[in-house]
Ligand binder design. Sequence first.
Ligand code: CP
Ligand code: NVA
Length: 302
Amino acid sequence: MKKDLLSIYELEASDFEKIFAKAGRLKKALKTGRPHASLKGKTLGMIFDKSSTRTRISFEVGMYQLGGIALFLNSRDTQIGRGEIIADSARMMSRYLDAIMIRTYAQASVEEFAKYATIPVINGLTDLLHPCQILSDLFTIIEKKGSYEGLKVAYIGDGNNIANSWIEAAARLPFQLAIACPDGYDPDARIMARGMKESKLGIELYRDPMEAAANADIIYTDVWASMGQENEQESRKKVFKNFQVNRKIVKNANKDVIVMHCLPAHRGEEITADVIDGPHSVVIDEAENRLHVQKAILEILL
Ligand code: CP
Ligand code: NVA
């Protein structure tokens, strides 16, 4: 694996295998009480420009369980929030820390940080991508379905960071990806074009979520308005109203379809309560797996 984890696209087949195998072993070790303090004395810095529940908790608890510690660095309370430049922050923090996780707006900021940092940098979500999430999702699919190979993932909703990372995964791994989003809310054009060219089993774009859901093994959705788009929340409710994962959509998929959501969820908007709390939903297991997969990523990078 490279020094940093900035996107799924930059991972090789062997990297995926390594991450999933390690995550499985770490999950088992944790459940059976076996010690696995492989990162004793190591420190992870976590820079947050945006809110987080799962990413923060899973990285922080993960470091603790591996014998290290994590520092929560809210950018508002550090000099970064007062304009200290990325290059200085990255070079200087590399002298204190062993790895850095960043959640911010621009993908370019994470990339710049990684350029100047001499320690591993992990993308904990940008406006463009959310690689740690989709790696955990793929691990969850392996657990639930045995493998992702040959399966169909239907992503219904906004063409956002989650959708973009799914496209990058489909460019690297052999599963089928169907995306349904409203006109004007497509995934990133460059990522989409590259994904369509390089995908192993195909990526399709639909305007009708029922079509995308047909024969799906996995139905996935995410919020209609992401962090940073709060002022579009109301207008997006109108645009996205037909892109809701509800009983009708689930019925159109395969009988044993699993329903996934990166969380946080808005019941009654992108997904109905009966579906997210129903028998097809795996969202809580999916959230738990953030912990195991992130521990695997940390072990590999460190
Ligand atoms: N799915 C996810 O990244 O959740 P948080 O925003 O709570 O970290
Ligand atoms: N698309 C969402 C994902 C949250 C985990 C956001 O960026 O807010």
